[in-house]
Design a protein around this ligand. Structure first.
Ligand SMILES: [Fe+2]
Length: 401
């Protein structure tokens, strides 16, 4: 009997992204059943994910939501049982997550519900309303009427799933598509007049390893020696800020919430991660993993002298990170998952950056733009590991005090 195996997505889909594989469950298993997977099956699953960063299991409609947290633990045995956004759905208006009105599944509180539209009596919730974020909320220059009529959309904000405060990022995030909008394809715009056709509501990914490989030798050396401190209460800090068209950075300074006006915070809860991460199953492949909108401070160690240089002008920090990361923003480097109902997508949250795309609001038919996506991402107990170990690099994942 054939065990669990995988095949890479077709080259015309992967292009240069180094992302994407499809999992084939063991013979005779149509719905994922973790109890029936052998250790060899689980090893193949880990190999598929850590080599290809995003994997899909098709036709999982009806999967029990409680399976998702167990599945996440296949990739990180230290994953806690808590969603990295906290134990309950966020209702604090100061938190970006409340803008999505993201709910939680009562029988699996580690699983959030995101999407678009109003639903009655769903998963034990009498009334559920979820909102697909709109380009007008996120971009310094929103899409114009002409771009909208031509079907353009944008990546809203490239990120890893983590609050950068109190809780560490999960190794993986699992998404499950319950309902897909029934809308025509849309287009992403890129520099030099390039574009890429994507499904409406596609989730876009780029690989941190691919991003690292595009750096110059000097940039690689800088990145390998640098630790990134994120802003205190990072998402609250930038909640009035707007992003660049490519969703990688905040291009204008001045709308940040002053640090003394943020919700109560302490340095020992502020995230501090290496700029380049080591992956548990690809220890030789460096991943540039940095959230260009939430950065606050860079500390770089000179390997020759051991002295450190600190850049704490946030505007300058954003520029440095953006100049390194913007090279990835080309159609051939982006994998945009075309959702089909029943897909279970597992992505390596510590190996890719991802973004929502999709302009759903301009369509009139409410039924056509409805969407439901489950999302399970659980905070890990293991901090991201630096690719290059050196004295002073922070081992806890939080600022040393
Ligand atoms: Fe996300």
């Amino acid at each position: 009997m054939a065990g669990l195996n995988f095949e890479l997505l077709r080259p015309e889909i992967r292009q240069d992204s180094a992302i994407g594989a499809e999992i084939h469950l063991p013979e005779g298993m149509s719905m994922l059943d973790l109890d029936r997977l052998t250790e060899t099956d689980k090893e193949s699953l880990r190999q598929a994910l850590f080599e290809n960063q995003v994997v899909v299991i098709k036709n999982q409609k009806g999967i029990d939501p409680t399976v998702l947290p167990q599945l996440a633990r296949v990739f990180d045995s230290t994953a806690s049982n808590i969603h990295s956004a906290g134990e309950k759905a966020v209702s604090d208006p100061k938190n970006i997550l409340s803008a999505y009105k993201a709910g939680r599944i009562p029988r699996a509180p580690q699983v959030g519900i995101i999407g678009s539209g109003k639903f009655q009596d769903y998963e034990g919730l009498d009334e559920l309303e979820v909102i697909h974020l709109d380009h007008t909320m996120f971009h310094e220059t929103p899409l114009g009427p002409e771009e909208l009529s031509q079907g353009y959309t944008r990546p809203y904000r490239w990120h890893m799933d983590t609050p950068f405060y109190e809780r560490l990022p999960g190794e993986v995030t699992i998404l499950h598509s319950v309902r897909v909008p029934n809308l025509p394809d849309q287009k992403l715009q890129f520099p030099e007049g390039k574009h890429k056709e994507v499904a409406a509501g596609a989730t876009a990914f780029f690989s941190g390893a691919r991003a690292f490989s595009l750096l110059t030798p000097e940039e690689r050396e800088f990145a390998l020696n640098t630790t990134v401190t994120y802003a205190p209460q990072a998402y609250e800090f930038i909640r009035h800020c707007k992003g660049s068209d490519d969703g990688l950075t905040v291009p204008c300074w001045g709308r940040e919430v002053p640090v003394d006006r943020l919700s109560a915070w302490t340095w020992e809860n502020v995230a501090e991660h290496p700029m380049v991460w080591r992956s548990p199953m690809n220890p030789d492949r460096p991943f540039l993993q940095v959230h260009g909108c939430c950065v606050f401070k860079l500390t770089t160690r000179d390997p020759q002298t051991g002295s450190t240089t600190v850049i704490d002008d946030v505007e300058e920090v954003r520029k440095i990170v953006y100049n390194m990361q913007k090279k990835i923003y080309a159609p051939e480097n982006i994998y945009a998952h075309r959702w089909e109902e029943g897909d279970v997508v597992i992505f390596h949250n510590r190996g890719v950056m991802h973004s929502i795309t999709g302009q759903l609001s301009q369509y009139r038919e409410d039924e056509d733009k409805k969407r439901i996506l489950w999302q399970c991402t659980m905070t890990s107990k293991t901090p991201p590991q630096p690719f290059r170990e050196y004295p002073g690099v922070n081992g806890s994942g939080f600022v040393k005090v």
